[in-house]
Structures are given as structure tokens and as C-alpha cells.
Write a protein that binds this ligand. Sequence first.
Ligand SMILES: *[C@@H]1O[C@H](CO)[C@@H](O)[C@H](O)[C@H]1NC(C)=O
Ligand SMILES: *[C@@H]1O[C@H](CO)[C@@H](O)[C@H](O)[C@H]1NC(C)=O
Ligand SMILES: *[C@@H]1O[C@H](CO)[C@@H](O)[C@H](O)[C@H]1NC(C)=O
Length: 248
Amino acid sequence: MVAFTTLLLTAAALATGTSAYPTYPGVCDASLPSLAKVAAASSMGPNANSTLAYTMTSSATEYTNSPVTITVSGTGSFHGFLIYAANAVNSTKHLGSWALTSAQQGLYQTMDAHNCASFGAGATIGHLSATPKNFPVSFSWNPAPGMGNVNFWAIVVQGGATGFRSVKLASALVDPTNGAMVSATSTASATMPMASGSMAGMPGMTNGSMSMPTAAPTAASGPSNGARSVAVPVAVAVVAALALAVSM
Ligand SMILES: *[C@@H]1O[C@H](CO)[C@@H](O)[C@H](O)[C@H]1NC(C)=O
Ligand SMILES: *[C@@H]1O[C@H](CO)[C@@H](O)[C@H](O)[C@H]1NC(C)=O
Ligand SMILES: *[C@@H]1O[C@H](CO)[C@@H](O)[C@H](O)[C@H]1NC(C)=O
């Protein structure tokens, strides 16, 4: 019975492009070694990272403790799929967990039972069958606060001659509790509130825009001028801190 089921799934997969792994992805992440493994399972086709126009978007640019929706878009349908959140593509720890809708549970699964449990419980989602799935596809990700800046990686397998590719968010979701403080000491991150105007909490800002000997007299001389002269350095500091976070 088991063998018969496997045969059926394999036969279905041969037609659809995930015959090497019809019931789960054979990898747990989208690191280059994993992508090479997918490419080596020739039924999934070549790594078509320059020709398949798949994109990933998010419902938010930062996260705290509420769900964030991650959407993967493209044209046509796909067969194989893997998605996870992490601080780096090849991290050994995947972050947060995913809430599959009941409809999605027939097509996707957590990868805990398929060699990915060590990356985190419920933290990696993969396809469950080779059934063609339509774009766009959205998943609800549940974060825990304070995990640093988090990006998302997916592998989308169309299969056959077309192939597969990895896709990620253009910009990581910012962790507002410490995402802008990637080089701050732990003492600073524990004691500094991170309101966006709190430049004291931002590393590297203590010399330039932070020390504002002229801003205070200006502020005292008139409310409208004062508000503007303070707002500009704050904006510069925030942009600089974001650039620092992104470059890390
Ligand atoms: C893109 O695909 C080429 C082969 O088509 C592969 O050598 C390269 O590693 C891929 N890059 C990524 C980031 O997947
Ligand atoms: C991830 O990749 C980076 C850059 O190639 C490497 O320095 C690091 O050791 C890798 N980490 C793991 C856990 O493989
Ligand atoms: C402030 O400037 C001094 C002298 O240029 C430098 O030694 C110090 O590292 C700077 N501090 C920060 C936080 O940039």
C-alpha cells in the first residue's frame, strides 16, 4: 500500500517536475549548496534565477509580535516550494513559525518531519504534494520580538525545462527593538528605548548629528524653526542607521 502510494505520487510528479521530491522538498534552506542539490535532481530543471520572474513581498517592513504576510508572485503555476525566515540564507536557525490555513494544509507542511526540525519547530514550510499551485501564494508568519533583522527565502520549483529559482525579500524586515543597533553593546540595547527619535540608542551617531550645540538655541528661538532643525538630523540619523543595518 505504501509502495503503491509512492508509485502514484512519483508518476504524478514525473509529469509535474518534482519527481525527486514529490511529497517534500529535499533541502531545508536556499543556500548555494542546497540550490546545487536541487539542480542536481535533474527533474526539477536548472537554476533559472535570471529567467524566472518570481518576486517576494511582505505586508510590513518591520516586525514585532504580530503576524506578517509573505507573498510570492509569478506567472503560471509551480510545483515545489520551500520558505523560511532567518538572519542569513544559510543560518542553522530559522525564525518564527508559520500558520497554514486549512486549505494550505493539503498542499504545504512544516518540514519538521523531513530533516528540518533542527532549524526550529514549525519554522520551515515545504510543499506536501506535486499538485500544481497557483501564484500568488501568501503565508502568515508569526514572529517573536527581538530576533534581529529578518529576511525570507523561498525556493520555487516550476520544474521540467523551465527549472526553479530562489527568491527573497528585497529588504529584510527590521527589528525595531534592536534592528538598528546591530553594532551597539548589549548594555546599550538593554537600556536604550528605541523610539525612532532616540538617537542616543543608535551607534555611531554620537559625534555628528547627535551633538547639536546649535540646535538647542535655534529651538529656543522659535517653535517652528526649532521643530524643523531637530527633525532634519533625526531623519538623517534614521536613514544612516537603516543603511548600516541593511549593509550588515
Ligand atoms: C544562479 O544560477 C546559476 C546557474 O544557472 C548558478 O550557478 C548560480 O549559483 C545561481 N545563483 C543563485 C543565487 O541561485
Ligand atoms: C554562511 O555563509 C557565510 C558566507 O559564505 C559563511 O561565512 C558562513 O560560515 C556560513 N554559515 C554557515 C552556518 O554555514
Ligand atoms: C567620535 O569621534 C572621535 C574622534 O574623531 C572618535 O575617536 C570616536 O570613535 C567617535 N565616536 C563615535 C561613536 O563615532
